[in-house]
Design a protein around this ligand. Structure first.
Ligand code: GLC
Length: 493
């Protein structure tokens, strides 16, 4: 049963093309499933950054409303898990994954192309694993066309929501490109206040849905974190699960990381101290034993940046240092540059994406700040723990599921959290950090526990395998009841 055939479809996939956490998951989970014996293939949209590494396999027609476009299929060479790239000169050959004015149409093309490819290649896929709004309409295409093309009904569909906030809402004209029946454009399917909602098509047509943590799966059913789809999700809540992400513990390992200044492990933390000193020198900070609080993040509002300025002031006032690496909205970039000017030697800000510096920050700092307003899973806090940098997080979504506060458990704690989303409660939490940091023995034990957290993909991948099997059962039942209804109707008639 383990040699299930899985088609994993996502908008990005590390290391080939990556914007955020979704890229990491698409790069790592299929690899782990492959190691477990599953027959996995990843499909992503074309991007000029990957083309040089990909080999042309063929092309095929893709209907887009009344027009026909060309889908170009390439395969990334040398990848342990096959990675197929679907390209098109009009929609996809551009730099950047998201942020184009015609994104809904570009991803509609990608979805239709994946669907056409599955038919053309007659893929016998057991599991179609879709991710976020960009790929969700494939579920609608499969289920709405399975009468016409029965092999599609064999495929069970798993839909993973990484971020419910981005739903791919567009005009009805985008829906029309898919060529499915008009009746599908209804509130109980994909219509949303007169618009087409791509996320909704995934929720309503998949056999099972999952969020990337248990807490986030629960939160999604509430008004605050449902982002307008809590009602839709509540209808399908019996099919909703939560599975935490992992990280690639070979790539994120302070013992073997070539980019950091000195290797170390949880049994010998002298190397971490060395990393701290060198980081302070590299960033122009005063060399001191005081705690370094760091942030490595895209600078977007959801990451809790509105609390950060006051937090940084409080950290400096207590004698600590603040380091930030990332890029994003100008407003935040300017605010952080202002902080650096205000506190030279105590605050360092680098407005860039820089893999080497990110790793040095994970290795050289003491506390990792992640006060996200909302965080379905979060990956950086897992990386920070692996490097012995204690996370301080807002208690929400995956942050709540991965970080246990020192106040909650002496033996299992691995970080700090605050519950109410306000700068006051974040600052109170920062003060608790300083209090514990002044007790080196206890601090060291906390660092040890953080570094001992098992964040490998092993457990998560096993959970996904269970979810795949559940999706197959549900699909089987659906077909049986569908057939029963059909026979009943026939005999009635
Ligand atoms: C999204 C979520 C993040 C999660 C990632 C991977 O970026 O916002 O919390 O870790 O997807 O699932």
């Amino acid at each position: 049963m383990n040699n299930l055939k899985v088609l994993f479809v996502a908008a990005e996939c590390a290391p080939y093309i990556k914007v955020g956490g979704l890229g990491d998951v698409a790069g790592e989970l299929p690899l782990k499933l492959h190691e477990m014996g599953l027959d996995v293939c990843v499909v992503i949209p074309g991007n000029p950054d990957i083309n040089a590494q990909a080999i042309y396999k063929g092309d095929f027609p893709v209907k887009m409303g009344y027009r026909t476009e060309t889908g170009i299929l390439r395969e990334v060479s040398g990848s342990p898990v096959p990675v197929w790239v679907i390209d098109n000169y009009h929609y996809l050959g551009r730099t950047g994954v998201y942020g184009h004015h015609d994104d809904p149409e570009r991803f509609a093309f990608f979805c239709r192309a994946v669907y056409e490819m599955m038919r053309k290649l007659e893929l016998k896929t057991d599991i179609l694993h879709l991710n976020d709004w960009h790929t969700a309409p494939i579920a609608m295409l499969i289920r709405e066309n399975e009468r016409e093309y029965p092999p599609l009904s064999q495929t069970a569909i798993v839909y993973t929501i990484h971020n419910l906030e981005y739903q791919g809402i567009s005009g009805r004209n985008i829906f029309d490109l898919f060529g499915v029946k008009d009746v599908v454009f209804k509130t109980d399917k994909v219509e949303y206040y007169g618009c087409f909602n791509a996320m909704k098509s995934g929720i309503n047509y998949a056999d099972v849905i999952n969020s990337v943590s248990k807490t986030s799966a629960q939160q999604m059913l509430t008004d605050t974190y449902g982002f307008g789809l809590d009602g839709v999700l509540r209808v399908r809540k019996d099919y909703l699960y939560g599975i935490l992400n992992g990280i690639n513990t070979d790539i994120w390992n302070p013992e073997t990381d070539k980019e950091i200044y000195t290797p170390y492990n949880k049994h010998n933390l002298d190397g971490k101290k060395e990393n701290k000193k060198k980081l302070q020198k590299e960033l122009g900070l005063r060399v001191s034993d005081k705690p370094i609080f760091s942030v490595v993040s895209r600078l977007v509002p959801n990451k809790g940046l509105d609390l950060m300025e006051e937090a940084a002031n409080a950290i400096v006032k207590e004698g600590g240092q603040f380091v930030l690496l990332g890029r994003g909205e100008k407003f935040y970039e300017n605010a952080f540059l202002g902080l650096m000017e205000k506190f030279p030697g105590s605050v360092a800000v680098r407005l860039e994406f820089n893999n080497q510096l990110a790793r040095r920050i994970y290795a050289g700092s003491d506390v990792f700040l992640m006060p996200s307003r909302h965080e379905p899973c979060g990956i950086s806090q897992l990386i920070a723990m692996r490097y012995g940098t204690v996370p301080l997080v807002h208690r929400t979504g995956g942050l709540a599921d991965t970080v246990t506060d020192v106040g909650r458990s002496k033996v299992n704690s691995n970080g700090f959290h605050f519950t109410e989303y306000s700068s006051g409660s974040l600052i109170r939490c920062i003060k608790r950090v300083f209090t514990l940091y002044r007790k080196p023995d206890e601090w060291q034990k906390l660092v040890f526990r953080a570094m001992s957290r098992d964040s490998s993909w092993e457990t998560s991948a096993r959970e996904y395998l269970k979810l795949y099997k559940k999706a197959m059962e549900i699909n089987k039942k659906r077909k049986e009841t569908g057939r029963k209804r059909f026979i009943e109707k026939k005999t009635e008639g």
